[in-house]
Design a protein around this ligand. Structure first.
Ligand code: FE
Length: 184
């Protein structure tokens, strides 16, 4: 019990601290972006584990500002893996796998959905190239077979919607009970 409270306090501090920083050239901060993604998931009636995944999907960027700068300097920082592994201390695969796969889901959607790539933000288009560009047919087919593919695609769509400067979204504390119920 205490362990969960401490972990949630730690995550809340990341949102309030590092989260106030710039999000890779987007017009919203990291925290605004992740809170907007969670609000989009909630508005869509998503199950709790996907609201949590949307809220936490970019937490891998919080492990030091250096990582984010590396991505914008043209080097993939693998923030999706870093984030998923860090979250696995407390959350099961229903939360961590969509986080792990949210970058792959962008590469997948750009490959299979006409017009998807054109709707990416400028920063997201840039990172797409760093992350390997759209998947080829074999990669897309393999991705679609993964057990977490559909959840990752859902999180990705909320991710893309969550870059609106000034959009209202609940704060981190709104999600604390939902997160606590998912933690082990
Ligand atoms: Fe994101």
């Amino acid at each position: 019990m205490h362990r969960r409270t401490a972990a949630l306090d730690n995550i809340a501090e990341l949102f309030a601290g590092e989260g106030a920083g710039e999000y890779l050239g987007e017009a919203v901060t990291m925290a605004e972006h992740m809170l907007q993604a969670a609000a989009a998931a909630e508005a869509a009636g998503a199950p709790d584990h996907l609201v949590a995944a949307a809220l936490l999907h970019d937490i891998g960027h919080f492990q030091g500002a250096l990582h984010g700068r590396d991505l914008m300097r043209g080097q993939d920082n693998r923030h999706s893996d870093t984030g998923a592994e860090w979250l696995a201390q407390w959350f099961g695969p229903e939360v961590t796998e969509p986080v792990r796969l949210h970058v792959a889901a962008k590469r997948y959607l750009c490959a299979i959905e006409p017009g998807y790539r054109e709707r990416l933000s400028e920063a997201s288009e840039y990172t797409l190239k760093v992350q390997g560009g759209p998947m080829d047919d074999a990669q897309a087919a393999a991705f679609a077979e993964l057990p977490g593919a559909a959840d990752a695609v859902a999180v990705r769509r909320w991710d893309e919607q969550a870059k609106e400067p000034g959009a209202q979204a609940p704060d981190f504390e709104h999600y604390r009970p939902l997160l606590a119920a998912l933690m082990r």
